[in-house]
Design a protein around this ligand. Structure first.
Ligand code: NAP
Length: 352
C-alpha cells in the first residue's frame, strides 16, 4: 500500500485555501487538493501538479475515498458553521486528523464536545489554525505562564484592514448574533460594542471595541482563565455603527438584507492583494490580571493576517500529520505550546 499523503486541503481554490496550497507547495509538501467545483480544482491542481479529488461534503462515499488517502485534513471551506460538522464526522469515521481555519465561536464550542470521540478514534481536532486564533491563543497561553493565578484576560488586535470574500460572507452570516464574552467560565451574550478601550499597540495607542472573536471560546480551554474579552482596533464611526446594530438584530438576520449584502460582497470583495499581504503587519496585545491586582502585559507583531494564516495553517497541518500530538480536541497552544507563533518568520513578542 502506498504511503499516505500528509494532508488534504479542502476548499483549496478559495482565496485562503489557495494561499495555503501555494505556500504548502513552496515548503515542499505535496498535499491532496479537494473541493466541490471540478473546473476550479482541476485548474489549480494541474498548475501545481498535485493530486486532487472532487467531492461535496454530503457525498459520504467520495469523502471517505479521499480521506483514506491522507493522515490529516486542513479544512478551508467556510462559513464553518455550515461545513465543519460533516468534515469532523468524516474525520472521526476515517480516523484522520482534522484542522480548520475557523474563527467561529459556535464551531469551536461544538468541536470541543467531540473531544472524547476524537480520543477514542486516536485523532486530533484542531480548529482555528489561522490568524484567528493562533497568535492570540499563543499570547493567552504565554500570559498564563507569566501570571498563573490570572482570573481576567483581555486580548486585542489591530491592523486587519482588508478582508477576503469568505471572511466578509462569514461575518454577514454572524452579524445579527451580537457580542459574546467569557464570564466566570461561561459564554455570556452582551450587546454589540459592549466595551471600548484605548490600547497601546506597538508604538501607537488606538481605540478598540469588544467583538465576539474566537478566543472567547478557545482561550478558556488553553488557560482556564474564567473571564475573557477580545477587542479589535477601530474608529469612532465604526463603533457607532456597531452599537446601532444592537437595535437591528431582526433586520440583520432578514433574508433580503442578507442576500443584498452577500451579493455586494461577492461582486466587490477580492481579498488583500500580494503587495498588501507582503507589506502590512498586525499588532496584538494581551493583558492578564489576578485577584491581587497583579497585571502582566505582552505584545506581538506579526505579518499580515492572511499571510500569517497560510504560514500557521501549513505548519500546524504538517506537525499534526506527523502524528506526535496527543489525540483529542486541541487549541493551537495546547497542541504546540505558547511559543508556536514564534516559529513563523516575521513574528516578534515583547513582554511589557
Ligand atoms: N481564522 C482565520 O484567521 C481565517 C483566515 C482566512 C479565512 N478564514 C475563513 O475561511 C473561510 C474561507 O475564506 P476564504 O477567504 O478562502 O473564502 P472564499 O474565497 O469565499 O472561499 C471559500 C471556499 O469554501 C468553499 N465552500 C464554501 N461553502 C462550501 C460548501 N458548503 N461545501 C464545499 N465547499 C464550500 C468554496 O467553494 P465554492 O467556490 O465551490 O463555493 C471556496 O473554495 C471563511 O469562513 C473565512 O472566514 C478564517
Amino acid at each position: 500500500m502506498p504511503d499516505k499523503i500528509p494532508f488534504l486541503i479542502y476548499g483549496a481554490y478559495g482565496y485562503t485555501g489557495e494561499l495555503i496550497t501555494r505556500l504548502a507547495v513552496e515548503k515542499g509538501y505535496r498535499p491532496l487538493l479537494g473541493g466541490r467545483n471540478e473546473a476550479k480544482l482541476k485548474t489549480l491542481a494541474e498548475e501545481l501538479r498535485l493530486p486532487y479529488q472532487v467531492f461535496n461534503l454530503n457525498e459520504e462515499e467520495k469523502v471517505d475515498q479521499a480521506l483514506q488517502k491522507v493522515k490529516a485534513v486542513l479544512h478551508c471551506a467556510g462559513p464553518f458553521f455550515k461545513t465543519s460538522r460533516l468534515m469532523v464526522y468524516a474525520c472521526l469515521r476515517n480516523k484522520v486528523h482534522y484542522l480548520d481555519i475557523t474563527g467561529e465561536i459556535e464551531v469551536f464550542e461544538w468541536i470541543a464536545t467531540k473531544d472524547a470521540q476524537a480520543k477514542k478514534a486516536g485523532i486530533v481536532l484542531l480548529p482555528g489554525a489561522g490568524f484567528d486564533v493562533v497568535p492570540t491563543d499563543c499570547l493567552a497561553a504565554h500570559l498564563k505562564t507569566r501570571l498563573p493565578e490570572a482570573t481576567y484576560l483581555e486580548l486585542a488586535f489591530s491592523g486587519v484592514s482588508k478582508m477576503s470574500k469568505g471572511t466578509a460572507l462569514t461575518m454577514i452570516e454572524n452579524m445579527h448574533a451580537g457580542g459574546l464574552i467569557r464570564q466566570q467560565g461561561n459564554l455570556v451574550k452582551v450587546p454589540s460594542g459592549y466595551k471600548t478601550k484605548r490600547i497601546q499597540f506597538g508604538n501607537e495607542e488606538k481605540l478598540a471595541v469588544s467583538i465576539p472573536w474566537g478566543d472567547v471560546s478557545t482561550a478558556y480551554y488553553s488557560t482556564h482563565i474564567p473571564n475573557i474579552i477580545v477587542y479589535a482596533a477601530t474608529n469612532l464611526a465604526n463603533i457607532a455603527a456597531i452599537k446601532a446594530s444592537r437595535y437591528a438584530g431582526w433586520l440583520l438576520k432578514s433574508d433580503w438584507l442578507q442576500k443584498y449584502l452577500k451579493q455586494r460582497v461577492t461582486e466587490q470583495v477580492t481579498g488583500p492583494d500580494l503587495q498588501h499581504r507582503q507589506q502590512a503587519q498586525t499588532y496584538l496585545w494581551g493583558q492578564a490580571t489576578d485577584d491581587k491586582g497583579q497585571v502582566c502585559t505582552t505584545r506581538l507583531q506579526t505579518p499580515e493576517a492572511y499571510e500569517l494564516t497560510a504560514h500557521t495553517a501549513v505548519l500546524a497541518a504538517y506537525l499534526v500529520s506527523e502524528g506526535k500530538i496527543t489525540p483529542g480536541f486541541k487549541t493551537p497552544s495546547l497542541a504546540f505550546g505558547a511559543d508556536f507563533i514564534l516559529q513563523i518568520k516575521g513574528v516578534s513578542r515583547q513582554d511589557v
